[in-house]
Design a binder for this molecule. Structure first.
Ligand code: HEM
Length: 279
């Protein structure tokens, strides 16, 4: 009996020391806050709009470009090598495919990146240079998130936007991962194999909380942009159903209010005169 108790205690202690458990624990509250952001709530309620999704893709592009560039750059670093899974996890190419689907071939000229997203990518590049061991915190936050709630969100997004196929939704698909749950287990065990000093471990845990905070700020910034864009279009058209599917040029948010109004009016008039009543 005593031996069983001792084994149990040792197992609990070992679990407590696991980076994967510690990181989950310290980010628990942040995860709840991230889930409750307006953007994530729209997803969960099945009300995500095309505008929201397109703007999210723009930010994800900026984020994964920086994250994957820094993961590649540090792939031999002892804290990065165990959790380096480009074949299974890399998202940049899928995001680019989705952007091309929604914005067309010249998507690079149209994408909009809010200030909070710029701050996030700047931080990723900074730690890639100065503290590569912190990359584990960012890779965990994004990739394990994509493999968890992200799977459900993909199906919801498809329904909400009325997309007929999986086109535009490559971001959510992980063809190199046959079982997300098993892969997450492997990923956690690799995280736990990373050797860190006490100071580095604390740094990684703090960075994970910061990673969630960056995501929350990106979602909030993005939602502000969505409100401006959607209000603008709603004010200039009586056909709100059409407006939902109209192509919104990325640069529209950078123009003056007067120009935005004129452009909005032009889009609405063009739509009405073309007699498009359904999408
Ligand atoms: C609509 C919003 C979201 C929903 C519904 C959601 C839901 C979930 C669910 C169900 C899990 C699995 C929990 C488990 O296996 O114990 C999970 C895990 C996770 N989520 Fe989210 N999530 C959302 C947003 C986010 C966001 C915005 C991020 C970060 C940017 C994120 C990061 C994570 C991470 C890192 C995990 C793995 C936790 C672990 O096992 O250590 N999630 N999420």
């Amino acid at each position: 009996m005593e031996t069983e108790k001792q084994t149990q205690t040792t197992a609990e202690q070992m679990t407590d020391r696991d980076l994967s458990e510690q990181i989950k624990k310290v980010t628990k509250e942040s995860h709840i806050r991230a889930e409750k952001t307006e953007l994530m709530m729209s997803f969960q309620k099945g009300q995500v709009t095309l505008t929201q999704y397109k703007l999210l893709l723009c930010s994800l592009h900026e984020i994964y470009q920086a994250l994957e560039e820094q993961m590649d750059r540090n792939s031999d670093h002892p804290s990065v090598a165990p959790i380096y899974f480009p074949t299974e996890l890399a998202r940049l190419e899928s995001i680019e495919k989705d952007l091309e689907f929604f914005y067309g071939q010249d998507w690079r000229e149209k994408i909009v990146v809010p200030a909070a997203t710029k701050r996030y990518s700047h931080r990723l590049r900074q730690i890639g240079k100065e503290n590569p061991e912190f990359l584990v915190a960012h890779a965990y936050t994004r990739y394990l998130g994509d493999l968890s709630g992200g799977q459900v969100l993909g199906r919801i997004a498809q329904k909400s936007m009325g997309l007929k196929s999986n086109e535009g939704l490559s971001f959510f698909a992980f063809p190199g991962v046959s079982s997300p749950n098993l892969f997450k287990q492997l990923y956690r065990s690799r995280m736990n194999s990373v050797e860190l000093t006490e100071e580095e471990r604390n740094g990684v845990l703090e960075e994970a909380v910061r990673a969630f905070e960056f995501n929350i700020q990106v979602f909030d910034d993005l939602q502000k942009l969505v409100s401006v864009t959607e209000n603008q279009l709603q004010n200039t058209s009586t056909y709100s159903k059409q407006v939902k599917t109209l192509h919104i040029p990325g640069t529209i948010v950078n123009t003056s209010p007067l120009l935005r109004m004129v452009l909005g009016l032009f889009v609405a008039l063009a739509t009405v005169s073309m007699g498009i009543y359904a999408f």
